[in-house]
Design a binder for this molecule. Structure first.
Ligand code: 5GP
Length: 190
């Protein structure tokens, strides 16, 4: 019988470079399935529906809540984000490791529901570095950046609820650390 893949939940305050780290990790397409979330947030420039997110109206999102289609969902900075259960199960049963990149409230819902899940936190070297990165990225106005830094500050206090923490100071080191953690998860005796 084929061994099931591992369910790996990754959280990071925005601007921690998690997108860049995961971009490198996910180059191994046969090994990993990256879960594409549903969201009510408007697409940013360059974001493609079905690739970065599936962009839904509030109404469609609420219909999926009512259908109990979500493994988890949460409200974050005035928008809804959620992970559908069905594709996750499908890929785990095909032996692929599934990576969910979600915020803390959703991760804690999975902690309750799925004892088989593993939790990795990606942290910035400091909040000041995080603010500089968000300003440098230039995708949000300053008031939204301040809101996200505040959110990050409270999210950083949640890191003790995770099994592993990768600090993104140097990108190559962070990618290597992340892959070491995944390997340890795969080798773990259940
Ligand atoms: P952004 O708007 O910057 O793309 O994402 C905002 C936050 O929502 C990030 O922390 C991201 O990890 C989180 N997020 C993305 N997809 C999901 C999801 O399906 N569920 C939950 N709970 N959070 C998500």
């Amino acid at each position: 019988m084929m061994e099931r893949g591992k369910l790996i939940v990754v959280s990071a305050p925005s601007g921690c470079g998690k997108g860049t780290i995961l971009g490198r990790v996910l180059e191994d397409k046969a090994r990993f399935y990256y879960s594409v979330s549903e969201t009510t947030r408007k697409p940013r420039e360059g974001e493609i529906d079905g690739v970065h997110y599936r962009f839904l109206t509030q109404e469609d999102f609420k219909t999926k809540i009512a259908e109990d289609a979500f493994l988890e969902y949460a409200q974050y900075c005035d928008n809804f984000y959620g992970t559908l259960s069905a594709p996750i199960e499908e890929h785990l049963s095909q032996g692929q490791d599934v990576i969910l990149e979600i915020e803390v409230q959703g991760a804690m819902q999975i902690r309750e529901k799925r004892p088989d899940a593993h939790f990795i936190f990606i942290a910035p070297p400091s909040l000041e570095t995080l603010r500089e990165r968000l300003v440098g990225r230039g995708t949000e106005p300053l008031d939204v950046i301040e809101k996200r830094v505040k959110q990050a500050e409270s999210e950083l206090t949640c890191r003790s609820a995770y099994d592993y923490c990768v600090v993104n100071d140097d990108l190559d080191t962070a990618v290597a650390d992340f892959l070491s953690v995944v390997r340890a998860i795969e080798l773990r005796v259940e």
